[in-house]
Design a protein around this ligand. Structure first.
Ligand code: RFL
Ligand code: PHB
Length: 391
């Protein structure tokens, strides 16, 4: 099998890249190790930056998002039983975000790809990328028990944080920056209308909590828990009790309860792999970088990477110049490090580290007080939350 761009992974990065290349008249083949149902149901991100929304629309993948997505013009910060709203359009000259789940973005892109695009092979597991430093890189993969080879002009590793693509980059050229956190998020889906019409990020002595949503009738909620927590160790009643404590306010706000339909724990990690390119192999999305979910940046960064790659390759095809391909890694890494910084700071501001001292608690509260009383501080958060893609 032969193609121009071999794409490993059909998460948001790989699927959107295939669509952008198709629109630019460049052919590709997507290899995905899991089956379609698994990819469409994997619960993850929920917030799309303004720039991501614009990209999906321009790619012809925004129709259902515009019908069913919920535009959000702010978030609430909750601390010391107080509530503070951050108004995005007022602080950023009109920017907002969209609540539209990653599962839905993937479903829309898969449907488009199968209808109009090139091959998207499920159950096709990439085993290795070979010849990345030559003009004809190859992906060895296994499908239905048989080994096959995909011959490419370029390979893009969109295979997530446990993928194989980055192993093809020699270790001596690689630098990894990493931080693990001593806590994770216990996330639930519940069949109950969200108790607030915008996301609520809560800082509490017992730990962080987040109220999000998937639709007007489905809530998505998270609790900070110690790393290595088993989700099954928490009963539904215990989860609701703990959420109620952490979201508590001085006014009469109430948390509505409902049946919990899914429950899982996500570890928290910051990770950057540099460079994001070796020869004709490019890394995009979680394959190159991980952020803790507090800033809602992971999916949006993946979109930024593939937009940058698709533009660079279209430029190469039109002009014969490799300039933009050569600039891929530094261009992406500038945005990646801003998102790493923002996600790290949001995490530090809102989570309670085990063993935090009273001094550290006070500093955290002072930071939140500053946000609630300084337009400049609030504006910095609003700009970062609504997006780096536009910058
Ligand atoms: P993905 O989605 O992990 O997709 C990688 C795909 O590659 C496949 N694969 C392979 N295929 C073939 N051969 C191999 N050898 C392969 N190895 C792997 C996998 O099966 C998979 O289909 O990476 P991608 O496309 O880079 O997308 C990244 C995003 O999924 C991720 O950054 C976000 O979900 C992060 N994230 C959030 N991001 C946001 O922008 N906003 C949010 O609100 C947000 N919330 C979250 C999140 C992530 C979370 N978790 C579970 C980590 C909330 C949570 C709880
Ligand atoms: C989500 O809805 O899953 C979500 C929202 C905001 C975050 C992280 C996750 O910061």
């Amino acid at each position: 099998m032969r193609t121009t761009v071999g794409i490993i992974g059909a998460g948001p990065a790989g699927l959107l890249l295939a669509r952008l290349l198709h629109n630019a008249g460049i052919d590709s083949v997507v290899l995905e190790s899991r089956d379609r149902a698994y990819v469409e149901q994997r619960q993850r991100a929920g917030i799309l930056e303004q720039g991501t929304v614009d990209v999906l629309r321009a790619a012809g993948a925004g129709e259902r998002m515009d019908r069913e997505g919920l535009r959000h013009d702010g978030i609430e910060l909750r601390f010391a039983r107080r509530r503070h709203r951050v108004d995005f359009p007022a602080l950023t000259g009109g920017r907002s975000v969209m609540v539209y789940a990653q599962t839905e973005v993937c479903k829309d892109l898969i449907a488009l790809q199968l209808k109009e695009g090139g091959p998207l092979l499920f159950g096709a597991e990439a085993l290795a990328v070979e010849g990345a430093d030559t003009d004809s890189p190859r992906v060895r993969f296994r499908r239905e028990g048989r080994e096959e080879v995909l011959e490419c002009a370029y390979v893009v590793g969109c295979d997530g944080s446990y993928g194989v693509a980055r192993r093809a980059i020699p270790e001596e050229l690689t630098r990894v920056y990493e931080r693990t956190y001593p806590f994770g998020w216990l996330g639930i889906l519940a069949d109950v209308p969200p108790s607030h019409d915008e996301l609520v990020y809560a800082r509490h002595e017992r730990g962080f909590a987040l109220l999000s949503m998937r639709s007007p009738v489905v809530s998505r909620l998270y609790l900070q828990v110690p790393a290595e927590t088993d989700a099954a160790a928490w009963s539904d009643g215990e989860i609701w009790d703990e959420l109620e404590r952490r979201f508590e306010t001085a006014d009469d706000w109430r948390l509505e309860r409902g049946p919990i339909t899914a429950k899982s724990v996500t570890p928290m990690r910051s990770h950057v792999h540099e460079p994001m390119r070796y020869g004709r192999l490019f890394l995009a999305g979680d394959a190159a970088h991980i952020v803790p979910p507090t800033g809602a940046k992971g999916l949006n960064l993946a979109v930024g990477d593939v937009v940058t790659f698709a533009r660079a390759l279209a430029h190469q095809a039109a002009t014969g110049s490799d300039d933009l391909l050569d600039a891929y890694s530094p261009t992406c890494l500038r945005r990646v490090w801003q998102a790493e910084r923002f996600s790290y700071e949001m995490t530090a501001m809102l989570h309670r580290a085990p063993g935090a001292t009273p001094f550290e608690d006070r500093i955290q509260l002072a930071r939140l007080e500053r946000l609630a009383s300084s337009r400049a501080a609030e504006q910095d958060l609003a700009e970062a939350y609504t997006g780096f893609l536009l910058e």
